[in-house]
Design a protein around this ligand. Sequence first.
Ligand SMILES: Nc1nc2c(c(=O)[nH]1)N[C@H]1C(S)=C(S)[C@@H](COP(=O)(O)OP(=O)(O)OC[C@H]3O[C@@H](n4cnc5c(=O)[nH]c(N)nc54)[C@H](O)[C@@H]3O)O[C@H]1N2
Ligand SMILES: Nc1nc2c(c(=O)[nH]1)N[C@H]1C(S)=C(S)[C@@H](COP(=O)(O)OP(=O)(O)OC[C@H]3O[C@@H](n4cnc5c(=O)[nH]c(N)nc54)[C@H](O)[C@@H]3O)O[C@H]1N2
Ligand code: SF4
Ligand SMILES: [Mo]
Length: 712
Amino acid sequence: MTTETHCPYCSLQCGMRLAPASGLSSGSGPLPARTALEVTEWPEFPVNRGALCRKGWTSTGLHRHRERLTQPLVRSTETGELAPASWEEALDLIGDRLLALRREHGADAIGVFGGGGLTNEKAYQLGKFARVAIGTSQIDYNGRWCMSSAASAGTRALGLDRGLPFPLADIEHTDVVVLAGSNLAETMPPAARHLAALRERGGTVVVIDPRQTSTAAQADVFVQPVPGTDLALAQAVLHQLVADGNVDSDYVESRTTGFSSVRDSVASWWPERAERVTGVPASEIRALAGLLGTAEKVMVLTARGAEQHASGSDTVLAWINVALTLGMCGREHAGYGCLTGQGNGQGGREHGQKADQLPGYRMIDDPEARSHVASVWGVPPESLPGKGKSAYELLSSLGEPDGVKALLVFGSNIVVSAPNASFVSTRLDALDLLVVADIVLSETAARADVVLPVTQWAEETGTMTNLEGRVILRQQAITPPVGVVSDLAILQGLAERLDSPVDFATDPETIFAELGRASAGGKADYAGITYDRIRDERGVFWPCPSPEHAGTPRMFLSAFGHEDGRARFHVVEHRGAVEQPDAEYPLHLTTGRVLAQYQSGAQTRRVRDLPDDGPFVELHPMLARRLSVEDGQPVRLATRRGEMTAPARVVDTIRPDAVFVPFHWVGANLLTNDALDPASRMPEFKACAVALSRADRAAPALAAAPELGAAP
Ligand SMILES: Nc1nc2c(c(=O)[nH]1)N[C@H]1C(S)=C(S)[C@@H](COP(=O)(O)OP(=O)(O)OC[C@H]3O[C@@H](n4cnc5c(=O)[nH]c(N)nc54)[C@H](O)[C@@H]3O)O[C@H]1N2
Ligand SMILES: Nc1nc2c(c(=O)[nH]1)N[C@H]1C(S)=C(S)[C@@H](COP(=O)(O)OP(=O)(O)OC[C@H]3O[C@@H](n4cnc5c(=O)[nH]c(N)nc54)[C@H](O)[C@@H]3O)O[C@H]1N2
Ligand code: SF4
Ligand SMILES: [Mo]
């Protein structure tokens, strides 16, 4: 038997087939749990047409893995160690503790932390569970650390946030694509073929990154700014577009509002000024503006490099200003898009696991939204709590006298991936109760009081919404190991124990139908989507309000999401990274990803066929020489928040004043800054000040950036 499904990792949600490795088929229905699985191509699925990256091909590596959790674990009051327990014991213990906390301190003493890797059904059910079964406002999720700056900017400028408002393959039909802070070739490798196809057609690829990545290697134009200065770069590009008269005035007049104030606000951003801030030569900025200003079709795509900053949402607004000035948004094969990251990064932000949201991308403080969703849930609207705290604000207040005292984590490895992670770990330890549902004993699960083993992809069915807004179906291929249940069953078991006023279903298709009703009439309307339709049509794009509706691959063609149908220009100001290099911490630190590892590494570090060569510190040969550091030698990085040691990787592809560390291992986030974007509450993962020294030197020898001239 072969099952058509999708990869367990990133937002491309590549289609794949799973079959028994033996080639022997056992009839219909899920395969027995112990069957060895093999990944094969699914060439008909349009997004990846059979191509997968290394992580996709090896994704069955976690099946039958010896570190797979197969029974609940409860921390013993005597030994302090985690010890096996039955499901009854584990859920009863959680239920009793939560009931007691709720009685004594109110429902807001209980927090819930979700993930953008959860299926739509799980994300929806988690939001409902928090608001109805617990009654807490304190729910948020790791998507806050992912694309929330782009989401906030998209909502403000375009009236609606769908990461890509067009199919990814549209890249091939534009003329110039700008990748601002995306390392697509490593983070969504099969998508990189669209860049190649565009170039074959004579189009131009622009990459903006402080590192000359493998994506930059496929670019025609490479721009290398100082980390955290993209906003100034975008302002100067806009300044130059205006100066060159490259403004699409008819479009600006008919489809937007607010242009003149933005035009005035960039008057002082002449390229020479931006050069001083960004390190990008003024001539390159002028050339980039000239390229964009004269192209027929331009597509600007942002990813985490431009977004994960305390001014990330303003940076995205600045790029949207550029795209609007050029008249690109809402035109075919052009416009602005955000390359969402996690498997369900898009759907995960639509169904209510975000602190301020209800399903259908509705806002929790909107009375109409509350009464609609409450009626679907069968509870009075006034029983629904209000807005909670954002992810980092929630975590950093854990255990405070009026803060959350018990936290339930579903689908995030906070200890590795939160900014300023050692502080976050102390907050987790200050909780009365930490419950983690996971498939393996992640670093976060290892700190929990109760660990609940859950089914993983391929052992369960559910929908995901990929980076294009295409709702796809992951189908169950195999029976889960004995002792493991779905997140949905855990939520049901806990809801019962918490005396929930309504029952919680566990069948994903039933939950999806309810999600459809809850989303009906909202911005992300799934009402017309069914599992059968997804199977038949290989994915359906939302909004899709009725069974007769074809779905919406391209948005904004006739109107933007605001009531008047117009897009909004926004005046924004360059602020720069919150923490700038100084004498003590003289370099820029930035962080990100490598091809073979995924996120906190909880999954991929355990896959035998993926290289797990630990964290490393990428630095320029000039900097290495200054510090007498050889390639491969251990170096120490220190910031105001923490330290780490890892081998140096000396490469001439990075700016000499910056260092880069991947965050797939414990380390990078001991260093990162927890400054938050005021609009999106996104932490500044991509820029802080750091000192670098040889690990074998007793007293750290601090190096100033070579360009800045100061001797160590
Ligand atoms: N292999 C792999 N693929 C993944 C993931 C993974 O963990 N591993 N995770 C998935 C997820 S959740 C996400 S969000 C996406 C992320 O996908 P990307 O955004 O492509 O990944 P990152 O490596 O975080 O950042 C991209 C680039 O931003 C650059 N950068 C750093 N600072 C700046 C800056 O100030 N300005 C600019 N312009 N660029 C900067 C970095 O050098 C890096 O090359 O990837 C998804 N795909
Ligand atoms: N320094 C730095 N830090 C970063 C970033 C960065 O660029 N730099 N990027 C940020 C971004 S974009 C992101 S998205 C976050 C991601 O960071 P995390 O939230 O830590 O992401 P994952 O490692 O994917 O964690 C998912 C966890 O859930 C488990 N899991 C998988 N599927 C399921 C399921 O169905 N149910 C349950 N209950 N558990 C499941 C996995 O085993 C894993 O332990 O990290 C952020 N942190
Ligand atoms: S690109 Fe993303 S979805 Fe596709 S195989 Fe790789 S990790 Fe999986
Ligand atoms: Mo992400």
